[in-house]
Design a protein around this ligand. Sequence first.
Ligand SMILES: [Zn+2]
Length: 247
Amino acid sequence: MTSPHGSSSAYFIDRCRCDVCKLAQFRRAKTWRRKRHLDPMVDAAPAYERLREWEAEGFALRPVAAYSGLKRVAHDQKHIHRSLSERILAVTRAELLANLPDGARVPNIGSHRRVKALVALGHTHESLGVTAKNASSSRSNRVTAAVHRQVAALYDQLAMTPGTSERGKKLGKHLPPPLAWDDDAIDDPEATAAQWIRTAGTDLRDELTERREAIAKLTKAGLSAAEIADRLQLAPRTIERHRKIAS
Ligand SMILES: [Zn+2]
């Protein structure tokens, strides 16, 4: 990275696609189109449809519209500028969660999953503090963007640190831990936690690493999958899977 974010060269030469660079490029493109009268009006329906989808998911409509560049929501609007339509259709969930004003309502599914994942790691609602508690007990399916970001920050900070509460771990035994969640998927209502293995009292990561190393060593020594399975007390299918991943 040699050029400052937001510059043309950051976008075109360094190919940076951070929010700052994308927004700057969007603005440059818009100016360019206006200048050449290439920003005609298009059917407003797809953009409004997208806004309604965000609303159905739990996002407050107005802040989403405002963030996308739509100054006034008018459902009877037939046409909007093409660049505005494109901008509305291009907005992502991650962008909204990161950028909507503190007071804007957003879905709480991501906060909920993060709190549960931390509980699965042995943290408790008490040790996580009042924000997490409110986020997960919120009866509506929404939280403010500020609360969402506080919980997300807490999660980033603690997701690799086991908590100390046995009660928490017991409570969390059937909850997907942080490793079960893809970071891109945790806020997506369509996404589900990956299959996770959990053994009481064992750290998942250590167990998996240990297992992988043992299988590699025994494979190198010339043992068959069945022999390794026998020695490590695992299903032969597990051994095959590990070998496939390793090769
Ligand atoms: Zn950038």
